[in-house]
Write a protein that binds this ligand. Structure first.
Ligand code: IPE
Ligand code: IPE
Ligand code: MG
Length: 254
C-alpha cells in the first residue's frame, strides 16, 4: 500500500515557469502580455503553497540563456520583475516570506539589483516561508563559479582538495542555505530541465505538465503536489527497504 505511506508534502518545490509566450500568441497578443499574466500567476501559486504547507518555493524567472532573447522582451521582463517586487514586498513581509535570489546577481541591471536588495533586506528576518527567484541563473555557470571559489580556497590553504565532498562543495553554490528541491515542476509541455538546479535536483521528483504557466493555477499546483505525494522516493535503495522504513499509518484512509 504505497500511496498512503508517502502522502508527504514536498519541503522545496522548484518551478520552471514556461509557456508565457505561447499563451499570449494563442490569444493573438504580444509575448509580454503572456509574461504579465505569468507574473500575476505567481501570487496564486504562492498562496496555494502556503495552504499546502510547502515552505520553500524556487521560481526560475530568468535564465543566463534568456539574455539572448530580443532586447525589447528582455527589457519588458526586467520591468515586470521590478513591478512584481514593488507590489509584492509588502505582502511577503506580512506573509512571513523571506526572499532570496539565486543566480549571478551582479549581472542584473542596476535598477533591478537595487529593488531586489531592498526586498531581500525587508524580508530577511522571516523564517517561515522562503521564496527564491532564480534570476540570471544557470546550473553550469553556478557550478563553474563554485569551482572557482573552491580553487581559491584550496590555493590559499583554507581547503584540502583530498577532503572535498558534496557537503563542502554544495556550500559554494547559490543554494547554500536552501534544502535540495524535492519536486521540480515544468509547465508548457517541454520535457527538459533547461539548466535549472541540475546538481541540487539530482533526486528531485519531476512533474511535467502541458499547462502553460499563466494557466498553472492553484488547482494545478495542488495536482503536482499530490502527484509528488504518491511517488516512492528510493534514493538508490529497493522499494522493499524504503517501505520497511516507513512508519505504519495509524489509520488507513478508506
Ligand atoms: C517563460 O515563458 C518565461 C521566461 C523564460 C522568462 P516563455 O517566454 O519561455 O514562453 P514560451 O516558451 O516562449 O511559450
Ligand atoms: C526556461 O525556459 C527558463 C525560465 C523559465 C526562466 P526557456 O523557455 O528559456 O527554456 P528553453 O529555451 O525552452 O529550454
Ligand atoms: Mg519557453
Amino acid at each position: 500500500m504505497g500511496i498512503e505511506m508517502t502522502q508527504e508534502v514536498p519541503q522545496h518545490v522548484g518551478i520552471i515557469m514556461d509557456g508565457n509566450g505561447r499563451w499570449a500568441k494563442r490569444r493573438g497578443k504580444p509575448r509580454l502580455h503572456g509574461h504579465r499574466n505569468g507574473v500575476i500567476n505567481v501570487r496564486r501559486v504562492l498562496e496555494e503553497a502556503k495552504v499546502l504547507g510547502v515552505p520553500y518555493v524556487t521560481l526560475f524567472a530568468f535564465s543566463v540563456e534568456n539574455w539572448s532573447r530580443p532586447p525589447l522582451e528582455v527589457r519588458g521582463l526586467m520591468a515586470l520583475l521590478r513591478e512584481f517586487l514593488r507590489r509584492e514586498t509588502r505582502n511577503m513581509v506580512k506573509d512571513g516570506i523571506r526572499l532570496r535570489v539565486i543566480g549571478d546577481f551582479g549581472g542584473l541591471p542596476p535598477k533591478v539589483q537595487a529593488i531586489l536588495r531592498e526586498s531581500i533586506e525587508a524580508t530577511k528576518h522571516n523564517d517561515e516561508r522562503h521564496l527564491s527567484l532564480a534570476l540570471n541563473y544557470g546550473s553550469r555557470a553556478e557550478t563553474i563559479e563554485a569551482v572557482k571559489k573552491y580553487v581559491k580556497l584550496a590555493q590559499s590553504g583554507e581547503a584540502n582538495p583530498d577532503e572535498l565532498d558534496w557537503e563542502t562543495f554544495s556550500d559554494l553554490l547559490y543554494t547554500a542555505d536552501l534544502p535540495d528541491p524535492d519536486l521540480i515542476i515544468r509547465t508548457s509541455g517541454e520535457n527538459r530541465l533547461s539548466n535549472f538546479l541540475l546538481l541540487q535536483g539530482a533526486y528531485a521528483e519531476i512533474y511535467m505538465t502541458p499547462v502553460l504557466w499563466p494557466e498553472f493555477d492553484e488547482r494545478e499546483f495542488r495536482k503536482a503536489v499530490e502527484s509528488y505525494g504518491q511517488r516512492e522516493r528510493r534514493f538508490g535503495k529497493t522499494g522493499e527497504q524504503v517501505r520497511s522504513e516507513q512508519p505504519i499509518p495509524e489509520e488507513a484512509p478508506c
